[in-house]
Design a protein. Structure first.
Length: 134
């Protein structure tokens, strides 16, 4: 029996939760904010660990024939927070971080984020990953 064409084949939807303060995507600009960059890199590790604890195999791989959708709902402690779209972008980067081969990575990853929600006692991000075969 031949191996599956894609490591995600056979899985349709997976979910997991990232507990703690949601952190948005950060790219180094002309004047790097090292504190913010370090917090972002630590959060990426936390995202990967949270996904793996839920049984999700990372790095994810998305291709033209096997796209992936990632949907997020961020619950913040209060009104001072990252943009939910940037939180989703950081999560996507975390889940695809090891892909370097041509045709893989997050190029064929789509998805959405919901408007910010608030939970003072339990900030978190709920993540739903959907795999599809085109």
């Amino acid at each position: 029996k031949p191996a599956p064409l894609n490591p995600n084949q056979g899985r349709k939807t997976e979910t997991f939760t990232i507990y703690g303060k949601p952190v948005g995507y950060y790219s180094i600009g002309k004047q790097p904010n090292w504190k913010r960059m370090n917090a972002y890199h630590q959060y990426k590790v936390h995202v990967g660990e949270s996904a793996e604890k839920s049984g999700i195999i990372i790095p994810l791989s998305a291709t033209k024939d096997f796209p992936v959708w990632i949907h997020t709902i961020a619950y913040f402690k209060n009104g001072v927070h990252s943009d939910p779209e940037n939180v989703r972008k950081g999560i996507v980067d975390s889940l695809f971080y090891r892909i370097i081969k041509k045709g893989g990575g997050d190029k064929y990853c789509a998805g959405s984020h919901e408007s910010p929600r608030y939970d003072k006692e339990n900030p978190r991000v709920e993540v739903r990953i959907e795999y599809a075969r085109v």
